[in-house]
Design a protein around this ligand. Sequence first.
Ligand code: KMH
Ligand code: ZN
Length: 274
Amino acid sequence: MNTLITVAPTGAESSKADVPQLPTTLDELVETAVRCEAAGASMIHLHIRDADHAPTLDAGLLRASVDAVRKATDLVVQLSTGGSVHDPLDQRLTVLDAEPDSCSLTCGTTNFGDDVFLNPWPFMVELYRQSIEREVVPEFELFDLGHVAALRRLLDQEGLPFGGRVHVDFVTGVPGGMPGTPAALLAAVALLPPQVTSWSATGIGRSHLPIAATSLSAGGHLRVGMEDNLVYARGRAVQHNDELVLRAAELVTLMQRPPMTTTEARDMLGVKRR
Ligand code: KMH
Ligand code: ZN
């Protein structure tokens, strides 16, 4: 099977002051989306920033971002429902109002550096039910082995998501979550419930490349981007997200699983035709 490359260009953790090349404005996001699609990405995982470049869940900005990326590209548009560690749970549910193709759904609370990324069970269930109602395909974000068990519980209790496919993304190497090592990733993959139809993985920071190589070797897909990694190589900062996508595209082509088209991605994920 060809490879889904998801780009996560911004995240909520790095500041524009520290990383000026981080895409934070709407224009920068659209320019990034266009270049990353050309480089081989077929899905984009979006976090939005306000006029001061601070993370926001502003409804108007979320809607404008989804619309603008859809207009400029054919990428599958996924909105983060994780937001930043400071976003309240009820506001995180409102992300679905922007009608993305897909939304992230993290399967449990995790320590997140010095902070806590909250995802209590009732919130997970509520977000899952709303995603089904709104016909938005969730991507299950798993930061830890316990999250794999929680995903199994969710699917057994609530049934399949909208579209009938179950796509998982392992986020490894977060300080507080599972380490970004081949052994941890493979242990988590081995525990996936039978309903899962596809999975991808990303490694934070220096685990970015080893996790990409492990994922490909084990039949998984890739997430790359400046949300997860700001360093292209030792002593060399990422200048643009498309560098990470281009490198991923080279890697998957070398592995004889070239980048998926956006149409293939839509079919694999079961996203709604809009
Ligand atoms: N920013 C993190 C606290 C997601 O996008 O759903 C959560 C996160 C996961 O990035
Ligand atoms: Zn995110």
